[in-house]
Design a protein around this ligand. Structure first.
Ligand code: OSB
Ligand code: MG
Length: 369
């Protein structure tokens, strides 16, 4: 496989409703789609970076430059034995995993299409034919509104509810959710809003038998998470902290978490995501697939990833219509009444692109090579 050309496209997609976390509020996504061309075929990937460097150091504009000036030139016109060769070729770049993953995941999609197989098969997945789905619910204007949103998502069939927390919107909110929904699978994601000095406060969450608390402490601090986990009954799930399989191994060894959220972008693509998965599986640590408010392309890649065997917990991958009036794939991602996404057997990521609509929301485009 030889990638002859890379096309970068930045698209603009307003969310159907704003999404608020401890680090900020998103009303409109600006994402980069990466198309890689080889032998008359092409594969697609998505850069999941945010509009600002608040979840991690990357944002849409930085990813564009990394892809154009560093990542794409390193893989163009090279003889690749397969898509697993892409990540090592860009590993000289420090950080910028989401930019690198846009290219890497596109190469996996291309390889699957060249072989005429679904992406889930190409990555070695297929452990299940339906993906269990949860939802991630942003910070709401009031607890009443949050309870209404949760009721609506449960009625739609979603198997697990994740709420976002931050100082001032945490223990009392969780208590009221539990009073109203005593037996649902419930978890809370803090996106690094606390420090170890908040350990006593966070310990109050143990009263509400959450499945897990996600990334309570700093985005780059595994050690303090280990100290916090020793004081909590509720399992800690790490998101921001786990950027490589080595981080996963260290976090597990230090008992900093009992669960890992795997995001393709955060770890740099399928190759590293599979290694994180394997490290967690070997240690008996369950994983689930996180989300970054993706368009249909990134969403479909997440679905493929979630067919690896250790993805036993419902993830944050949900229906297109929760995010978009109109998605760039047709049909959009749909969720069954029992809260699952059924796998598709089309080659590659499995959903036809709506190219006319895609063109209409493209704000810049550039070919490399
Ligand atoms: O921490 O999981 C997170 C969205 C943007 C950035 C970080 C996170 C999230 C989500 C939303 O929780 C997941 C989704 O619905 O795509
Ligand atoms: Mg998270």
């Amino acid at each position: 496989m030889k990638i002859e050309r890379v096309t970068l496209r930045q698209i603009r997609m307003p969310l159907v409703r704003p999404f608020e976390t401890s680090f900020g509020r998103t009303t409109e996504r600006h994402m980069i789609l990466v198309e890689v061309h080889a032998g008359g075929a092409s594969g697609w990937g998505e850069v999941t970076a945010g509009e600002n460097p608040f979840y991690s150091e990357e944002w849409t504009a930085s990813a564009w430059l990394i892809l154009r000036d560093y990542a794409a030139p390193r893989v163009l016109n090279r003889d690749l034995a397969g898509p697993e060769d892409v990540a090592p070729l860009t590993s000289q770049i420090r950080g910028h995993h989401m930019a690198r993953a846009g290219l890497e995941t596109a190469a996996w999609d291309l390889a699957a299409r060249l072989e005429g197989v679904p992406l889930w098969k190409k990555i070695g997945g297929g452990a299940r034919t339906e993906i269990p789905c949860g939802v991630s619910i942003g910070i709401q204007p009031s607890v009443e509104e949050l309870l209404d949103v949760i009721a609506r998502e449960l009625a739609a069939g979603y198997q697990r509810i994740k709420i976002k927390i931050k100082p001032g919107w945490d223990v009392d909110v969780v208590r009221r959710v539990r009073e109203r929904f005593p037996s649902i699978k419930l978890m809370a994601d803090a996106n690094s809003a606390y420090t170890l000095a908040d350990a006593d406060h966070l310990r109050r969450l143990d009263d509400y038998y959450l499945m897990m608390i996600e990334q309570p402490l700093s985005h780059d601090d595994i050690i303090d998470h280990a100290a916090l986990q020793a004081r909590l009954q509720t399992p800690i799930c790490l998101d921001e902290c786990i950027r490589t399989a080595h981080h996963a191994e260290q976090a597990i060894r230090l008992r900093a978490c009992g669960i890992i959220n795997i995001k393709l972008g955060r770890v740099g693509g399928f190759r590293e995501a599979k290694l994180v998965h394997d490290a967690a599986q070997a240690a008996g640590v369950p994983v689930w697939c996180g989300g970054m408010l993706e368009s249909g392309v990134g969403r479909a890649h997440n679905i493929a990833l979630a067919t690896l065997p250790d993805f036993v917990l419902p993830g944050d991958v949900s229906a297109s219509k929760r995010y978009w009036e109109r998605d760039i794939i047709q049909p959009p991602v749909e969720v069954t009444p029992h809260g699952t996404i059924a796998l598709r057997d089309d080659p590659g990521f499995g959903y036809p692109l709506d190219s006319g609509f895609l063109r209409s929301i493209t704000v810049r485009e550039e070919a490399v090579g």
